[in-house]
Design a protein. Structure first.
Length: 600
């Protein structure tokens, strides 16, 4: 009930429109039920006219149609009939323009809420859920929930109002015949109740399987170059076919139930028509009803066909909407543990850049072992610090804690002497230029990718940032220069060009703190030295954290930290660490030997 209450809260914003649409639909059904009345009157009036059927009776017929009181009654009924039809149709059009339009607006609001939530959710959430599943919840599931606000709600109101008006009119004409006509409905209700539970369970299972298929497809598309390079097309095709086959079997099982559901509905409704004709015929013979009443009742039963049929449709859509809403609600109620707290000091409006780790330990959500343990280090504002260590030692994890991509498990991180949890999150991240190890570029122009982290960057600023990152000349070699559209994940550029574009994207923000996470690994040593020479002037005055697997890259740093197994084991300048002849010295000497062998 609590989940349904949260879903219904989306009605509040458009309650006026929805109420108006409900009134339109009620009025449409009110005029609809008068159509059989006017048809019955017409039939009975025609039956009451005694027309001479002799060969010369044509003049008599003309007189009946155009020159008698009966003809006026027929014309009056015809006008009333047309009026009822027109009013019912116009009001039904107004219904769809209010209720369905309101449902589309609610869908718009829900999608925005989901996307806003996804932007706020911590990295832990994206490590838990596959991207394909998240995509399905934000698209397919939202579309199914929209049907609850639109068609399902509209058909529910339609069923209640139309059935109410029709059954009332039927009882007025003949309570006995009404009883016989509605006799199959309890069996229909019991059947719909049984089917709804099955549909609910299988709708959830099918959506989960659809998420798996979407995830599999997304994974294959993003790694298509690797798949082709390793000649794994057949293997990936089999994997996708297996998931598709599971989806097909589950969907067909649900389709089988639905295909039996609708014919059963038609059978029960047809049974009502047969009962009406049989019982009404007896009452006509007895003189209790007229021939026109038989036609009136048949039309009433026909009018009840769609409300009763839509009962199954509505139950189906409602159950599917609830199954999808539960999946969406899981995301919307996911805890956002990285955000501004009541203790956040909003008076802080600037960051100088001093960074301090005090006994920081970190463990990934769900992991048993610590990725970082008892990290203590201090980097002064404007200082150039380097972090080195073997692969998997925790270097990237360490720098990701500074912009609060993850929260520390133990200890604290201070910026300018203030715990980063007390600094407004937006200010903290605006003050940091991060160049991650895994460079990601959007399917947009190169210029837009560089300007991504800024607001209203000018073309001159974009080109200056590209120049500082030593990528401007490469960009100008393209036909469309900075307007060149990149392929997905920047596939148009080489690895080195992507990394330098990412550096330009960080520099254009003019950050107080810049983090370079192995950001030049895709370029050769000479290119790297050239880029670093140009960057040194730009990095002066900024707090810089540089991670690199090449000691030649970081040897000029003011302070170097060597990390092993998530712990700082050595620190000092390049010369101080070489004098210690520890792990850093071993790594340096090993790289010297590798360079000498490469030259040979």
């Amino acid at each position: 009930m609590d989940s349904l209450r949260k879903l219904n809260s989306y009605f509040k914003k458009y309650k006026g429109t929805i109420l108006l649409g409900s009134l339109f639909l009620t009025a449409s059904n009110f005029f609809l039920v008068w159509i059989p009345v006017y048809l019955r009157r017409t039939v009975d009036q025609v039956a009451a006219i005694e027309v001479d059927r002799s060969p010369d009776s044509f003049d008599t017929i003309l007189e009946v149609l155009f020159g008698s009181d009966a003809s006026w009654l027929l014309a009056k009924n015809a006008l009333l009939l047309v009026g009822a039809v027109v009013l019912s149709g116009v009001l039904l059009f107004a219904t769809r323009q209010t209720l369905i339009v309101a449902s589309r607006k609610i869908e718009f609001d829900l999608r925005n809420d989901i996307f806003d939530k996804l932007l706020k959710l911590p990295q832990r959430f994206y490590s838990t859920y596959k991207s394909g599943e998240i995509y399905v919840r934000a698209t397919e599931d939202v579309s199914k929930v929209r049907e609850y606000f639109g068609p399902a709600y509209m058909y529910t109101i339609n069923t209640i109002t139309r059935a109410g008006f029709i059954i009332t009119m039927m009882i007025i004409v003949s309570p006995e015949l009404t009883f016989w006509a509605l006799l199959p409905l309890p069996f229909l209700s019991a059947f719909a109740y049984w089917v709804s539970g099955y549909i609910n369970d299988y709708s959830r299972i099918i959506q989960e399987q659809y998420s798996t298929i979407a995830g599999r497809a997304q994974e294959s598309f993003t790694s298509i170059r690797l798949i082709k390079a390793f000649n794994r097309e057949a293997y990936e095709r089999r994997r996708f076919e297996n998931e598709s086959e599971r989806y097909r079997k589950k969907k067909l099982r649900l389709d089988l139930v639905e295909s039996l559901f609708h014919p059963t509905l038609n059978l029960l409704i047809g049974l009502s028509v047969v009962i009406v004709v049989w019982k009404a015929g007896q009452l006509v013979i007895e003189g209790t009803l007229t021939v026109g009443n038989i036609m009136e009742y048949i039309i009433y039963v026909a009018y009840l066909t769609w409300p009763v049929a839509s009962l199954g449709y509505t139950v189906n859509r409602f159950q599917q909407a609830m199954a999808s809403w539960k999946r969406i609600d899981e995301m919307l109620t996911e805890e956002v543990n990285i955000s501004d707290k009541p203790a956040t000091d909003h008076n802080i409006d600037e960051i100088e850049g001093t960074i301090e780790f005090n006994n920081v330990s970190f463990k990934y959500p769900g992991a048993e072992e610590y990725a970082l343990q008892n990290i203590t280090m201090r980097i002064e504002a404007g200082q150039n610090a380097a972090i080195v260590g073997r692969t998997g030692s925790g270097k990237t994890t360490l720098v990701e804690l500074i912009p609060r991509l993850f929260e520390v498990t133990e200890g604290e991180i201070l910026v300018d002497g203030t715990n980063i949890k007390s600094i407004p999150l937006e200010l903290l991240r605006q003050s940091i230029g991060l160049v991650p190890q895994d460079t990601f570029l959007f399917s947009d122009t190169i210029g837009e990718n560089i300007a991504f982290g800024t607001r209203d960057a000018s073309q001159q600023e974009i080109e200056e940032a590209a120049e500082k990152a030593q990528v401007r000349n490469n960009i100008l070699d393209f036909e469309n220069k900075f307007e060149t559209i990149l392929g997905e994940r920047g596939i148009t550029l080489s690895g080195g060009q992507k990394q330098r574009t990412a550096i330009a994207r960080a520099l254009i923000r003019d950050p107080k703190i810049i983090i370079l996470d192995d950001s030049l690994s895709a370029v050769d040593t000479k290119t790297e030295e050239s880029i670093l020479r140009h960057l040194r002037q730009e990095l002066m005055g900024r707090t810089t954290l540089m991670i690199s697997h090449r000691i030649s890259t970081i040897k000029d740093a003011d302070i170097i930290y060597y990390i092993e197994d998530g712990t700082v084991v050595e620190k000092g300048t390049h010369e101080e660490l070489l004098d210690k002849e520890g792990r850093y010295s071993v790594m340096y000497n090993k790289q010297l030997i590798e360079e000498e062998l490469a030259e040979i």
